[in-house]
Design a protein around this ligand. Structure first.
Ligand SMILES: [Fe+2]
Ligand SMILES: [Fe+2]
Length: 499
């Protein structure tokens, strides 16, 4: 067994942002406790100034355990990254321990609050992960959060390439990603990866009236990972994860439901719209005989009558039950009215024990989405009312970052929406923004994004595609089908409770 104390966002400064008594309380607790080492995930100072760094270096020396420290966005303000190296240590590095390794990465961008593990650093991280691939516990530490967090207000300052990083970590069997930054303690499981956010250890700026805290990570010999959020008030919240292995399952019984999921057809006159690819996809979709076809939005490239007329022509050729939610392109110009005129208000679809819930997240004239506080409340109620049903939520915007997309059209309340979905027991979530197919399970909720079915400007190395989602008694299997060639690849396979 190995125990790690995870502190973050100490914001050490002479001013009032810093609560020295909270810092001392937590550090004393850590020194008294049985910890193998300590990780500080950044924002050690408040403005990256010399006097702050000098004090921080003094304060950090109070920690009587091996310590890993990396910079946060506050530390690199005012060219503080040079002082970091001078007074604290290297900004990137590798720390090895029995059974595992911690790779820490500087995710900051000078003078911005946003984060990035871009270009060379991404390659460096990938190489380190390959080099240590035999290690049982691979831990990556950085300052910025990877998955939207609840109770942080507007979702922002995530890593610009969070989707790529998430994909990299999952592919390399990383056990734990530790970070800070949002001053909200939280633990999510994304596939087999634990995403551990520390709250703030000694900054006054806690959210939602919370108090200072730190996280205690326990790596058990049998592979289990426990994370405990420990607040200065003594309150504790703990979570434990047992890794899912083996990862290949075989579904049992007959198929209960088949959904075809497509997105971003972007019907238009523009050369980027691939009419023949869409026609081909529709032929394949009809051949697959799905119980429901879901279109996750951006049916047209722009909200004009001519495009809607064209789109409905294609859409009528799709046989069977259909559900469309609008994307941001659909409601540009007069699209707001045209969408309802042509496709109708998105309505719930009930099929036996399956309930499909559409959520409109598109906003007028901006790629940024929102569900809104009222929308979140309604969704939470809907999930609760239908506790015993198999609930599938359909919306346009991404709630987990998608590889290769740069979070341009993010969901501004993504953190709270993800919380509503995972806590409310949504059994499957379908999204369709970002132009790339991707699927991950967050907590117990698989989240599947569709790539673009017929728009040339996508980000999917597999090309234009749609997803086929087969639901069995104990399992969801998702295949991505290439819209031109019809070849398929497995996007995800997840155990589910019981449809
Ligand atoms: Fe911070
Ligand atoms: Fe930060």
């Amino acid at each position: 067994m190995l125990r790690i104390a995870h502190i973050s966002d100490t914001h050490i400064t002479g001013g009032e942002a810093y609560k020295s008594y909270a810092y001392d309380l937590i550090v004393n607790e850590i020194n008294r406790g049985s910890f193998d080492f300590v990780i500080h995930t950044g924002d050690i100072t408040n403005q990256g100034l010399r006097e702050e760094y000098e004090r921080a270096s003094y304060e950090l020396k109070k920690i009587q355990k091996p310590l890993i420290v990396l910079p946060g966005n506050h530390d690199v303000r005012n060219v503080g990254y040079e002082l970091f190296e001078e007074l604290i240590g290297p900004r990137n590095g590798v720390f090895e321990f029995k059974d595992g390794v911690v790779i820490w990465v500087d995710s900051t961008i000078p003078d911005l609050s946003d984060g990035r593990i871009g270009g060379r650093k991404f390659r460096w991280l990938k190489e380190r992960l390959e080099e240590h691939s035999d290690r049982r516990f691979k831990i990556v530490a950085a300052h910025h959060h990877l998955v939207p967090l609840p109770n942080t207000g507007r979702e922002r300052n995530v890593l610009f390439n969070a989707g790529d990083v998430l994909d990299l970590l999952i592919r390399h069997d990383v056990a734990l990603y530790t970070c800070g930054h949002k001053h909200v303690p939280n633990v999510y499981r994304v596939e087999d990866l634990i995403v551990d956010n520390a709250g703030c250890t000694s900054c006054r700026k806690t959210r939602r009236g919370d108090v200072n805290s730190y996280n205690i990570i326990t790596l058990h010999d049998d592979g289990r990972i426990g994370v405990k959020i420990r607040r200065v008030t003594g309150d504790e919240a703990r979570k434990e994860h047992r890794p899912i292995r083996p990862k290949i399952f075989v579904p049992s019984g007959r198929r209960l439901l088949r959904i075809v999921q497509m997105s971003e057809s972007n019907v238009s006159d523009r050369i980027y719209f691939r009419r023949r690819v869409l026609e081909n996809a529709i032929r394949m979709i009809n051949h697959l005989k799905p119980d429901l076809v879901v279109h996750n939005g951006d049916v047209v490239d722009m909200g004009i009558e001519r495009y809607y007329e064209k789109a409905i022509g294609f859409y009528r050729r799709v046989k069977g039950r259909k559900l469309v939610v609008p994307g941001h392109n659909d409601i540009t110009y007069l699209g707001h009215d045209l969408f309802t005129e042509y496709f109708g208000e998105p309505r719930e679809v009930e099929m036996g024990n399956f309930l499909v819930i559409p959520v409109v997240s598109a906003q007028y004239e901006t790629p940024i989405g929102v569900v809104g506080r009222m929308g979140q409340k309604k969704l939470a109620e809907k999930l609760k009312e239908n506790e015993d049903k198999f609930k599938i939520v359909v919306l346009h915007h991404n709630i987990v970052p998608i590889p290769r997309s740069r979070e341009l059209g993010f969901l501004e309340d993504g953190g709270d929406v993800l919380h509503v979905l995972t806590k409310g027991g949504a059994d499957l979530v379908l999204t369709g923004h970002g132009g790339n197919a991707f699927g991950v399970k967050v907590e117990d909720t698989p989240i599947v994004n569709a790539g673009s079915v017929s728009w040339e400007l996508h980000r999917n190395p597999f090309g234009n595609s749609f997803n086929v989602i087969d639901i069995y008694r104990d399992m969801i299997v998702v295949f991505e089908v290439q819209a031109t060639w019809g070849s398929g690849r497995l996007l995800g396979i997840w155990k589910v409770k019981r449809p």
